[in-house]
Design a protein around this ligand. Structure first.
Ligand SMILES: O=c1ccn([C@@H]2O[C@H](COP(=O)(O)OP(=O)(O)O[C@H]3O[C@H](CO)[C@@H](O)[C@H](O)[C@H]3O)[C@@H](O)[C@H]2O)c(=O)[nH]1
Ligand SMILES: [Mn+2]
Length: 743
């Protein structure tokens, strides 16, 4: 009996069976094949360039559909057994917590502070946690905010634990009506609640004051190091703000502020660079075998999340193959019905859950628990044996102290919770946070976070899976983390452009899923599922092509869609696809409006942000220019953008992404105008049939429908209007197109 109990798993994976969807999925695939066959058969009689380009795009769409089916059909969920963890692992392992922030304007310090407070208050022994905040902005504002927050934490953490508070980020806790005091509460609770509220208001007021008037910041004591610093030119600054000296489990964890050295001529590798510094400094100071990494706006929503993740990572059997545990990105401030398509609810439900059923979800950059040894380049089978002598100083850099900690970690010694004092290592930590430290080492190449793409997360995850590691999704209830979704269209486009550009670079790099599958241990189906992600930019080329084809055909009175009976394949394909996706949305509780918004945004996003991202990736790959990590703006928690009537309305600026969208719209309008005014030339008496037909007309009209918010933007003024310069530029491109077509 006792023996049997030994093998009780700490977590299970449940397959989600969705038979109904599979039938429609396959039917769509069948129609796509039918379409391609039809094209192949009829291409002899009707070969034209548009026909061929359409065939090319449709082949791509078919491939994408195969990628999606391959992924979706393996949807799974993980179920963790918390009670078993506590029975089985009495001495829970230590976990280092990483937070990254980079710009105190785009990422208001009060948000970072709330994220940090929610981490410090995690339901986990405090002496096993150490929280490291990386500030790439080198901002005394952030340091001040954290310094003040640490005082508040001394009372907030015990309060949360005593009353078992679920939302441990104070701004979320105090803004929920359910968390106000009521008649039935004990006197003591009421008093403490009021005290906490008062202290938090005080804290946020202080932070607000210095944000408004930085001159109010102290300049002496701990703050002197910030004098004469520039965000892009300063030495390393490392400050231990809180230290749990006695290593008491109900106290508050260590809190350490890090701003790595930056020099103008030294590439700092954006977030990937920051993560590698965090890995080294934490290795030196606390050397936990696992680390949790969150963006500055991803607050903890489920205080037991570390325990849930440990169920997976500490599982005696399957856990040993898991390099990282990924929690989905969900948002606390999402606008109703997702007007900008940046909440990804359906993608998580179908695609990422599907990846979880294969070799595991991709590393999404935030809400992830990592195994330190996997980041240090170990293979899963080296975890148990043969790990001595696996690492060399040449790879890890010249710090002996750090190398010793890495050797300890690799040999599994980091597991014992030794009494640690981070402040003993500050001097050494400053050295290993210098920008020259990585010269000649393997950091960013084989070790840690991988450099070279502004979507550093995907190649870093693939670099581990390439060695045979798995990853797991973790989906407990309540949701583990919630963050800020980009507030409007402009920040969504910035984010999307970055992803498309970064992912395209990954696709063509040696960390592409194809390479990792051919030369590594990424399983074939898993590599195929990664294509959904890494082809994000490439996909836009075919979609833009498909958006321009109807215009070209209407203007020249030719066609790229079959006429007569052949068109029915396209029509039924479109109809069934839309009904099918609608049913999928309804099945997970989303509204029709949400579905339409996402369909529309997927057309707009791919045709604009992804396309520009793809172009910038091409420039980078050809060595003509480099790509820059543009940070997504995070809204202040106090601004209730969600309640605004116009929260979902499209706003525009002079960015090139809006030129592409406006051009696509104006092209459709021109085509429709030519069609309805009867300005088309007579159909050429070649083999291209009878000129443009119903198919082209439907396509153009549908695109105008998708770009409707842009159409409104053409006539609006201010932030809701498309800038005149953008309109002129688009008009110029349209004119150029017309001239070219008519030659
Ligand atoms: O030079 C930099 C640039 C960014 N960051 C941090 O990186 C995080 C992500 O930046 P954000 O602008 O919020 O990007 P998002 O598009 O919202 O983030 C997603 O996409 C990124 C990759 O493109 C991933 O790194 C993120 O984890 C993932 O949440 C933030 O905490 C930033 O502070 C740095 O630390 N240093
Ligand atoms: Mn973000």
């Amino acid at each position: 009996m006792a023996k049997k109990e030994e093998y009780l798993p700490l977590y299970e994976k449940v397959c989600l069976k969705r038979t109904y969807n599979r039938v429609l999925d396959s039917f769509i695939l069948l129609l796509l094949f039918l379409l391609l066959c039809y094209r192949l058969i009829s291409i002899k009689n009707t070969f034209t360039i548009p026909y061929f380009l359409a065939f090319l795009s449709e082949s791509w769409f078919t491939f994408t559909w195969i990628v999606i089916l391959n992924t979706k059909w393996n949807a799974s969920a993980t179920k963790t057994h918390l009670q078993l963890l506590l029975q089985r692992v009495p001495d829970l392992p230590a976990v280092d917590l990483f937070v990254t922030t980079a710009d105190p304007i785009l990422e208001p310090p009060i948000i970072t502070v709330n994220t940090v407070l929610s981490l410090l208050a995690l339901d986990y022994p405090a002496n096993k946690l150490a929280c490291y905040v990386s500030d790439d902005g080198c901002s005394p504002l952030n340091f001040y905010a954290l310094f003040e927050a640490s005082k508040f934490a001394m009372l907030w953490v015990p309060f949360c634990k005593k009353y078992n508070v679920q939302l441990r980020a104070p701004f979320r806790y105090f803004s929920e009506p359910a968390n106000t005091i009521s008649e039935g509460d004990s006197l003591q609770f009421k008093q403490q609640w009021l005290q906490m509220k008062d202290l938090y208001d005080n804290l946020s007021r202080k932070i607000e004051d210095v944000t408004r008037e930085p001159i109010l910041l102290p300049h002496d004591g701990e703050f002197t190091v910030f004098s004469n610093t520039h965000p892009r030119n300063h030495p390393s600054i490392i400050k231990v703000i809180l230290e749990n000296k006695e290593s008491v489990c109900d106290e508050v964890p260590h809190l350490i502020y890090i701003s790595r050295e930056k020099r103008p001529n030294h590439p700092h590798q954006y977030k990937a660079g920051a993560m590698n510094v965090l890995t080294r400094v934490s290795g030196l100071m606390s050397n936990a075998p696992f680390m949790l990494n969150v963006d500055c706006d991803m607050i903890v929503n489920n205080p037991k999340i570390v325990q849930h993740a440990m169920c997976i990572l500490m599982d005696p059997k399957k856990g040993k193959e898991v390099a990282f545990v990924q929690c989905f990105q969900q948002f606390f401030d999402g606008i109703k019905d997702d007007p900008f398509g940046n909440q990804w609810v359906s993608a998580f439900e179908y695609i990422i859950r599907g990846m979880a059923g294969l070799q595991g979800p991709f590393y999404a950059g935030t809400n992830t628990f990592h195994r330190r040894n996997a980041l240090y380049g170990l293979y899963p089978d080296e975890l148990e044996n043969e790990r001595k002598g696996k690492i060399s100083m040449q790879q890890f850099g010249s710090s002996e102290e750090f190398f010793k900690s890495a050797s300890d970690a690799v040999e599994g010694d980091a597991y014992c919770s030794k009494q640690i004092s981070p402040s003993n290592f500050t001097e050494e930590a400053i050295q290993i946070a210098d920008c020259a430290y990585e010269n000649g080492t393997s950091w960013g190449k084989q070790l840690g976070w991988i450099y070279g793409s502004i979507s550093e997360d995907v190649p870093s995850g693939l670099n581990m899976q390439r060695k045979g590691w798995r990853s797991e999704g973790c989906t407990p209830d309540p949701v583990p983390f919630t963050g800020c979704a980009p507030g409007g269209l402009i920040s969504t486009m910035v984010q999307q452009k970055r992803w498309a550009s970064g992912l395209t670079v990954v696709f063509f790099s040696k960390h592409s899923p194809v390479m990792c599958s051919l030369f590594g241990k990424v399983q074939f189906r898993s590599a195929l599922s990664y294509c959904w992600l890494t082809n994000w930019g490439l996909r836009s080329v075919f979609e833009v092509l498909y958006a321009v084809l109807p215009v070209y055909c209407i203007i020249t009175n030719t066609n790229f869609l079959p006429q007569g009976l052949g068109l029915w394949i396209h029509v039924s394909l479109a109809l069934i696809y839309y009904i099918h996706t609608l049913v999928e949305y309804l099945a997970i509780g989303l509204s029709i409006q949400h579905w339409w918004n996402n369909q529309r945004m997927s057309i707009i996003r791919t045709g604009t942000a992804s396309f520009i991202g793809f172009l910038s990736a091409m420039l980078k790959l050809s060595g003509l220019s480099d790509t820059v990590f543009e940070i997504t703006q995070k809204e202040e928690p106090t601004s209730s953008s969600n309640d605004e009537v116009d929260a979902g309305r499209f706003t525009f600026d002079k960015s090139p992404v809006f030129v592409v969208g406006t051009t696509i719209l104006m092209l459709q309008l021109t085509a429709l105008f030519i069609k309805f005014m009867g300005l088309q030339p007579p159909p050429r008496s070649s083999n291209s049939g009878n000129g443009s037909g119903l198919g082209e007309l439907i396509c153009s009209t549908y695109l105008v429908l998708c770009y409707w918010p842009y159409l409104k933007g053409l006539f609006a003024r201010g932030k809701y209007g498309i800038p005149l310069s953008t309109i002129f530029m688009s008009a110029g491109i349209v004119y150029f197109f017309l001239v070219c077509v008519n030659i």
